[in-house]
Ligand binder design. Structure first.
Ligand SMILES: Cc1cc2nc3c(=O)[nH]c(=O)nc-3n(C[C@H](O)[C@H](O)[C@H](O)COP(=O)(O)OP(=O)(O)OC[C@H]3O[C@@H](n4cnc5c(N)ncnc54)[C@H](O)[C@@H]3O)c2cc1C
Length: 381
């Protein structure tokens, strides 16, 4: 038997929860979030919670500004302490081409009112003496970038969504999106069939598989990303900003009890693997000790892996999937979805509710891939 609902949101990560909250806040009734596991335990809960204004695409800088505004005031708005810290992001360039790209990026960021410093290797060494700057051309530092706890942030949206009447069904898998005459007619789940006229896909790395059940091919692929946490490490004074060795996709930042270190392995093929690879840890340690020689005395406490949902231009697909009336998407965040969650949830809810948003979603339309209007984000970690 079909159970009628107003709108189905598939996936209870930061995107599904933030959008469900904003939809309810805008007066939409009868929203149900379906989650195959437990809320915020997939990419959102496994993320390292970084946020930054330092993007190359202006649309991403607008999203960053709105999200950081919300994260900064999260405690007042949601009564949740998310451990918001603005310890900064330092992007380093080894190659001349990378340095030129970083400098071009900060021109855009400064034009949009973001404070970013460009630093010589000597200036970097003076501020962070533990960094090996021998092979560095320069760096850009955004003092208002930082990090917050992604799980707690998502749970803030979770609890406030519940208060606003959203129903959240955990341990409920969606198998199929049902379409009749190019319109959404419902979803098939492990709890039976639900009829509805609107579906929002916020299923992270699993989104392309779900969209395919509605006859739509989305260019979103899963990639494993691994992170490691060191034991207490007193040799580097805190706060330690997020330091990104741009050319080799290696990064580290302060975290309790020591430091977080990670690296994106761009050579690894797409997969849904989420186990930690000890051989890869050796590569990460090699990069870490090269950039911060004193880290040879650090010990690894634990490691984990989660999935990036990556698109060909490293930007998400946000908005209606117009081939099927009533189907919407917010997925493919290519490693920067935690920080875009607060802004995207708000703007997408405006669009779904009023067919117009106070932010132009066009750069993130899904048909940009078929019309040659891709917008590459160059600053990816
Ligand atoms: C190691 C790592 C570090 C990261 N660091 C950062 C960072 O510093 N800053 C940043 O902004 N981003 C970071 N990210 C990226 C960020 O985590 C993601 O972009 C973001 O969490 C995406 O949120 P989401 O809600 O789209 O996806 P998810 O959090 O993955 O949520 C999707 C949900 O959908 C559910 N689902 C899937 N299929 C179904 C189905 N068929 N039925 C029901 N439910 C389903 C899943 O179980 C999941 O809970 C990182 C990611 C990783 C892995």
């Amino acid at each position: 038997m079909k159970k009628p609902i107003g709108m189905a949101v598939i996936g209870a990560g930061i995107m599904g929860l933030s959008t469900a909250y904003h939809l309810a806040k805008r007066g939409n009734k009868d929203i149900t979030v379906f989650e195959k596991g437990l809320a915020a335990q997939a990419s959102t809960g496994l993320s390292v919670g970084g946020f930054r204004h330092q993007f190359s695409l202006p649309a991403n800088i607008i999203l960053a500004r709105e999200s950081i505004r919300v994260l900064k005031h999260f405690k007042e708005i949601f009564s949740f302490d998310i451990g918001f810290r603005q310890d900064g992001y330092l992007f380093l360039a080894q190659q001349e081409k990378t340095w030129t790209e970083l400098l071009t990026g900060i021109q855009t960021q400064r034009r949009m009112g973001v404070h970013v410093d460009d630093l010589t290797p000597g200036e970097i060494k003076k501020r962070w003496p533990y960094i090996n700057t021998g092979d560095i051309r320069g760096g850009t530092f955004g003092p208002s970038d930082g990090y917050a706890d992604p799980y707690k942030t998502a749970m803030g949206y979770y609890s406030h969504s519940l208060k606003m009447g959203v129903s959240i069904k955990e341990n409920t898998s969606v198998f199929k999106i049902l379409v009749a005459k190019n319109r959404i007619s419902g979803i098939e789940t492990s709890e039976g069939v639900f009829s509805c006229s609107r579906v929002l896909l916020t299923a992270g790395a699993w989104t392309a598989g779900l969209a395919r059940t509605a006859g739509i091919e989305l260019p979103i692929k899963p990639y494993r990303r691994q992170v490691f946490l060191t034991k207490t490490f007193g040799l580097i004074p805190k706060p330690v900003p997020m330091v990104i060795d741009t050319d080799i996709h290696f990064y580290f930042r302060g975290e309790e009890p020591g430091l977080l270190i990670g690296k994106s392995d761009l050579a690894e093929p797409s997969s849904f693997k989420t186990h930690v690879d000890r051989n890869f840890l050796e590569k990460v340690i090699e990069d870490a000790v090269h950039r911060v020689p004193i880290l040879c005395d650090a010990q690894i406490l634990r490691g984990w892996a989660g999935l990036y949902a990556v698109t060909p231009d490293n930007n998400p697909i946000i908005g209606p999937l117009t081939a099927v009336n009533g189907l919407y998407c917010a997925a493919g965040f290519s490693g920067h979805g935690f920080q875009q969650g607060p802004a995207v949830g708000r703007f997408l809810a405006e669009y779904i509710s009023e067919n117009a948003a106070s932010f132009d979603l066009n750069p993130f339309r899904y048909d940009r891939f078929s019309t040659g209007k891709e917008n590459r984000e160059k600053r990816v970690v």
